[in-house]
Each structure stands twice: as C-alpha cells, then as structure tokens.
Design a protein around this ligand. Structure first.
Ligand SMILES: NC(=O)c1ccc[n+]([C@@H]2O[C@H](COP(=O)([O-])OP(=O)(O)OC[C@H]3O[C@@H](n4cnc5c(N)ncnc54)[C@H](OP(=O)(O)O)[C@@H]3O)[C@@H](O)[C@H]2O)c1
Length: 280
C-alpha cells in the first residue's frame, strides 16, 4: 500500500500503485526536480524509456528523493532498434547504468514493430533479464491481441502489463477488456490526451463542476474506475498534486457513460496504429 492509494497485483505477484507518473519530456535537472516533487506528493510508480533520454534524470530523482529505493517502482522501455536478443540484453544493462539502478521494477517492449518482426526475440531477452534479476516484472506497450497471443504461443509467458494509448477520445474498450481477461494490467499512456481539446469537452467540464473537481481529475478518475492505470505526465507541482488527488470521489454510471461516448474511431493522437507504425 502506498499511503491510501490502491494497488493492482500483476500476474507475477508484483503489486503496483493505481496511478503512475509519466516522464516524457522531463529531462535534465528540471526533469529530475519535477520527479522528486512527484515522489514527495506520493507518486511511487515512475514511467520512463530508453528513448526518452531521461533515465539519468529518473535515476537522479531516485537518489535525491526522500523515499527509499525499495518503495519506488521504476519503469523503462526497450527501443525498437534493439530487439535482437543479445542487443536487447545489452540495452537493458545500459538502461540500468544510465539510471544508476541495480534493477528496474518494470521493463516494457516499447513498440511491437511487427514489420521488423523481432519482438518475440526481444521478449525472450526480457524473460532472461528477469531471470538474471535485472527486472522484476516484464511487460509491453502498444501490443494488440494477436501480438500477445504470439508471445504466449512461442514463449509460454504473457506480459504483466500492456501500456497503450488510452484517453476519452480513444477509450480502447475492447483491448482493455482483452487485457483484463488475460490477466494483463492496462496502463494508459497520454491519459489526458496530452492536454488537447479533451480538456474543454462540455461533457467533462459539467461533471467536473458537479464534483467540485478539475477536468483532469475527472478524466483520471474515469481511467481508475475502468480498471486502467493512468500515468499522467506533469511538470508543475500544481499539476502533479491535482492529478494525484483523485481517490476521494467517484463517478456514477451516467458520468462514466458520458465520458465513454466521447470516443471515436479516429481518436488516436498521432495516428500510431501498432499494426503498421514502427518506432526505433
Ligand atoms: N508507451 C508509449 O508508447 C508511450 C507513448 C506516449 C507516452 N507514454 C508515457 O505516458 C506518459 C503520459 O503521456 P503524455 O505525456 O503523452 O501525455 P499526458 O499525460 O496525457 O499529458 C501531459 C500534458 O498534460 C499537461 N497536464 C498535466 N496535468 C495537468 C493538469 N492538472 N491540468 C492541465 N494540464 C495538465 C502537462 O502539462 P505540464 O507538463 O506543463 O504540467 C502536459 O502538457 C508519458 O509522459 C510517457 O511516460 C508512453
């Protein structure tokens, strides 16, 4: 238990808090300070990635904050250019060196890159890295059911987490359900739609007024009640605090439905369809 924050249990027994801190664009000294502020407020699960070039900032925050390493859960991600088995293992080692950590709590394959088609090899390396104690729990991002089924078929191991694009304009009802049915926790990336026009949607501003909460608090509460784990990024202490204060109210069924109805088939932020998009 992290304070009064509920935890979710992963399929390998690791428990993680119901909300995490996104860190894309939190780099260097100011990035590390924002992460330290987040930890002081209560965030314990920190998301990062080899490709964000901020594992150093995350590691500095871990060292300089007032919370012991053992109470923090640090995530990073394997980039697409290093899916080959031996390269993947070396990259995970390099990721640890960059952060100055002995282990990651959670490590994720960043994208399946199905055209390059090396994600099963990358997954085998992740399984090995877990055996070697470099990672506590292994998961993926942006995987569709057929990618996940292939991992299970060829390695016998399903990921603990699938981190996917999920926000009111792209609510991922089917993939969220598929993940849950297979014991995989869904993390929501860009849970606030990267602060786009969703923050001005009347349906949500009305709900926010009714609860005396902010729009971002209502959106993050909607994630939690759907069983998804949001990882909002925030640089300012005001935003960090606001996004964390979502455990003292709940949305009713009509409010959940009203937010769900904002979804649209073209609601992705950057048109990144994991069946065709590749990132290196
Ligand atoms: N696996 C993947 O492929 C993938 C892809 C994208 C992102 N991610 C992860 O998901 C995390 C979150 O996604 P994201 O950074 O794309 O977008 P996001 O969390 O949806 O939105 C971040 C934006 O919202 C603003 N914001 C935060 N709290 C706010 C508040 N209370 N009121 C008003 N504005 C607020 C932030 O501003 P300030 O910073 O100024 O506070 C920032 O501009 C990333 O940081 C990264 O860790 C993963």
């Amino acid at each position: 238990m992290t304070g009064n924050i509920k935890e979710l249990e992963l399929n390998d027994g690791l428990k993680i808090p119901a909300i995490g801190l996104g860190t894309y664009k939190l780099n260097g000294r100011s990035g590390a300070e924002a992460i330290i502020n987040g930890i002081s407020i209560g965030y314990r699960l920190i998301d990062s990635a080899f490709n964000y070039e901020n594992e150093g900032a995350v590691g500095a925050a871990v060292k300089q904050c007032s919370v012991p390493r053992s109470e923090l859960q640090i995530t990073s991600k394997l980039p697409g250019r290093h899916h080959k088995y031996s390269e993947a293992l070396t990259t995970i080692e390099e990721s640890l060196f960059r952060a100055g950590l002995d282990y990651y709590d959670l490590y994720l394959i960043h994208w399946p890159n199905p055209i390059t088609n090396l994600y099963v090899e990358a997954w085998q390396a992740m399984i090995e890295a877990k055996k070697r104690g470099m990672i506590r729990s292994i998961g993926v991002c942006n995987f569709l059911p057929h990618h996940l089924e292939r991992l299970e078929r060829e390695t016998g191991v399903l990921p603990s987490v699938n981190q996917i694009e999920l926000h009111p304009y792209f609510n991922q009802t089917e993939l969220l359900k598929w993940n849950a049915e297979h014991g995989i926790v869904t993390e929501s990336w860009s849970p606030l739609g990267r602060a786009n026009s969703v923050l001005n949607e009347k349906a949500i501003t009305n709900i926010a007024k009714a609860h005396n909460k902010s729009v971002t608090q209502v959106i993050l509460r909607w994630h939690i009640q759907r069983g998804a784990l949001p990882i909002p990024k925030a640089a300012s202490i005001e935003h960090l605090r606001e996004n964390f204060e979502i455990f003292d109210f709940s949305l009713n069924e009509d409010e959940m439905i009203a937010i769900n109805q904002l979804t649209r088939s073209d609601g992705r932020l950057f048109n990144m369809d994991p069946d065709v998009y590749e990132e290196f």
